[in-house]
Design a protein around this ligand. Structure first.
Ligand SMILES: Cc1cc2nc3c(=O)[nH]c(=O)nc-3n(C[C@H](O)[C@H](O)[C@H](O)COP(=O)(O)OP(=O)(O)OC[C@H]3O[C@@H](n4cnc5c(N)ncnc54)[C@H](O)[C@@H]3O)c2cc1C
Length: 574
């Protein structure tokens, strides 16, 4: 099958009260580290950062190092690195002092106990994809979950402590160090079951689920957090707990969407699995309007078409509106075959063809369908040039693949990132007119992306109900999608000649993003957003991420982490 690279890349790129004190960072230098070394052996190590080494050598080997940072698996495998290297005027990735490469919950408990007793700042890294830099901190002890990587499928999982006769679920238990690519291979490709994970194959299961977590098919299955049945978690007191609806239910509520690195360190997550449909499909095309009037008509037409024909559990991913009056569609369809997809789109493509003097398309629209099991199969994906990239290190696993659409995010320095849930009322009547105005105004400044799968309105009612039981802001269920406007630069780090972050450009681009976002602030003044894909500088973040759930989250924080041992930027209790 031949697939247009650029289009698929778009698709595949595809979220008070007084603060708790937290440990005193300066003391970590004086902690009796030998105690942890004796207890954990080689699982406890000093962190050696390639960035620090390069800087200290005056930039020796810098070009090769920065080229290697375009490989997300290389970043994932190094405890000194994070997928985002910084944020203009926000933060810069900094290596920890020591790492515990934990292999079990007992190792995690040892690290937590040590950090608590000796007032050491502790951070946790799973996949390392935090946009806010919450999986790194200078001078800290890093708890790295990479080696906790067991995956086990269940035909009849019953949460611990559930009353006799409770429902048994098909489920998968996943070690906290696993990345989504491997989880999909184990669950969908090998066992023919669907599990609600993220779009990006190198995101970690821990940060994703604890943050809420939206994947391409979330309108059909809900958030990652909504499908969590149980987790093993080490809390600040060093206790290993099994939390679910029946055991530590308030803790269970809190870490389903309350945010990673906040309530404890999760070591195993058990998630519901679902039957896979026969097929997964995608529709990809670009269209450019010839003038401003045609552009408005196109934006209006596509939003009407979306509302009338695609606003249902099957459709996810993105529609983008960019400069030069260009619209790019990269939508996924779950459980529809090619005939059904073609039938759904026939009126829209018919309209475009009837106005071909006004609308030019970058080639024929592409409609792709794959057997659902193959959607995450590296062997099949590698046959589609330009869609998938591979880990290019010698001896890397051939299964280490990632969507080409995520390449720009590997090692990125973020310049700006703004997001807002858009209520479904904007798809109808006067609301739609105002939405179209905002899209046109915003797209004249920066590319506007509507992520339809990150709002659950129009979704499967059972999935919506499950998602509402989590800590994520309930606004997500009234939203048809999440608007994202963002800008990023290539891998860069301070002090390395030729690779220093371009702060002037970062600020300029941040201003452009702010101008593009302004019409949406006016459109939805109290709009919330998804905590894992949000603005580092956002105000009112507690309300935006969790809405009315925040006080309950704060109570859980005070119960399970009263001294604020687990903390980060924009986390509950900070
Ligand atoms: C390229 C890219 C693509 C993305 N795509 C999606 C997407 O499709 N859908 C979506 O919803 N989001 C997406 N995100 C956002 C992503 O889900 C969040 O950043 C998520 O928190 C990343 O988890 P992680 O384990 O990879 O990151 P990390 O940086 O390792 O962790 C994120 C946070 O969770 C904490 N944490 C990690 N593991 C644990 C654990 N075991 N116990 C307790 N706390 C833990 C960390 O301390 C940190 O605070 C994407 C991000 C990037 C950079």
């Amino acid at each position: 099958m031949s697939i247009d690279r650029r289009k698929f890349m778009l698709l595949a790129g595809a979220s008070c009260a007084a603060p708790l004190a937290g440990p005193v960072l300066a003391k970590s230098g004086r902690a009796p580290w030998g105690e942890l070394a004796r207890r954990l052996g080689a699982r406890f190590q000093p962190v050696r950062s390639p960035l620090v080494a390069c800087r200290d050598s005056g930039g020796k080997g810098a070009d090769a190092l920065f080229a290697s940072l375009k490989n997300p698996y290389r970043i994932s495998d190094d405890p000194a690195l994070t997928q985002t290297l910084g944020w203009t005027d926000g933060w810069t990735s900094a290596p920890s002092r020591y790492v515990v490469a934990a292999e079990s919950a007992t190792d995690v408990a040892a690290a937590v106990d040590f950090a608590r007793r000796h007032n050491v700042r502790l951070v946790t890294k799973g996949g390392g994809h935090s946009y806010f830099g919450n999986s790194n901190a200078a001078n800290s002890l890093l708890l790295w979950t990479k080696k906790i990587d067991r995956i086990e499928q269940h035909d009849a999982f019953v949460p611990a402590g559930a009353p006799a006769g409770s429902e048994a679920h098909k489920a998968v238990s996943i070690g906290a160090g696993c990345l989504w690519g491997r989880i999909y291979r184990e669950t969908a490709v090998k066992h023919g079951r669907y599990v609600q994970g993220g779009g990006c194959l190198t995101v970690g299961v821990g940060g994703f689920v604890l943050g809420g977590g939206f994947g391409s098919f979330s309108k059909g299955f809900g958030t990652g957090a909504a499908n969590l049945l149980e987790a093993e978690i080490v809390t600040a007191d060093g206790k290993i707990r099994i939390a679910n609806m029946w055991q530590d239910p308030e803790l269970f509520f809190a870490f389903r969407g309350g945010g990673g690195g906040t309530f404890g360190i999760v070591t195993r997550l058990t998630l519901r699995t679902f039957d896979l449909p026969a097929t997964i499909g995608a529709v990809l095309f670009d269209v450019t309007a010839s003038d401003d009037q045609a552009w408005r008509t196109l934006v209006e037409k596509v939003m009407t078409f979306y509302a009338d024909s695609l606003f249902n559990p099957h459709w996810g991913e993105q529609i983008r509106f960019g400069s030069g009056r260009k619209m790019s569609v990269a939508l996924t369809a779950y459980g529809l075959d090619k005939t059904q997809i073609e039938a759904a789109w026939k009126p829209f493509f018919g309209w475009l063809r009837a106005h071909k003097d006004t609308y030019s398309m970058g080639g024929e629209p592409m409609i792709v369908t794959l057997p659902a099991r193959d959607f995450w199969n590296p062997e099949i994906l590698k046959q589609m040039p330009g869609i998938i990239l591979s880990d290019d290190r010698p001896r890397a696993s051939p299964d280490n693949v990632f969507w080409a659409g995520n390449l720009s995010e590997a090692g990125q320095v973020l310049h700006a990132y703004k997001s807002r849930w858009l209520p479904q009322g904007l798809l109808k009547g006067e609301g739609r007119n105002r939405l179209v105005d905002a899209i046109i105004a915003g797209a004249s400044e920066w590319t506007i992306a509507l992520h339809m799968n990150k709002g659950l309105a129009g979704g499967d009612p059972a999935a919506v109900k499950r998602s509402l039981e989590t800590a994520t802001n309930p606004q997500m269920v009234d939203a048809f999608g999440l608007l994202i406007v963002a800008a990023e630069g290539p891998p860069a780090w301070p002090g390395i000649p030729g690779h220093i972050p371009d702060n002037a450009l970062g600020r300029k681009e941040a201003a452009g993003v702010a101008r593009a976002f302004a019409p949406f602030v006016k459109l939805v003044p109290d709009g919330g957003c998804y905590l894992s894909e949000a603005d580092y500088f956002g105000r009112d973040w507690r309300e935006a991420y969790w809405g009315g759930n925040y006080p309950r989250l704060l109570r859980a924080k005070r119960t399970y982490d009263p001294t604020g041992m687990f903390r980060g930027h924009h986390t509950v209790g900070t």
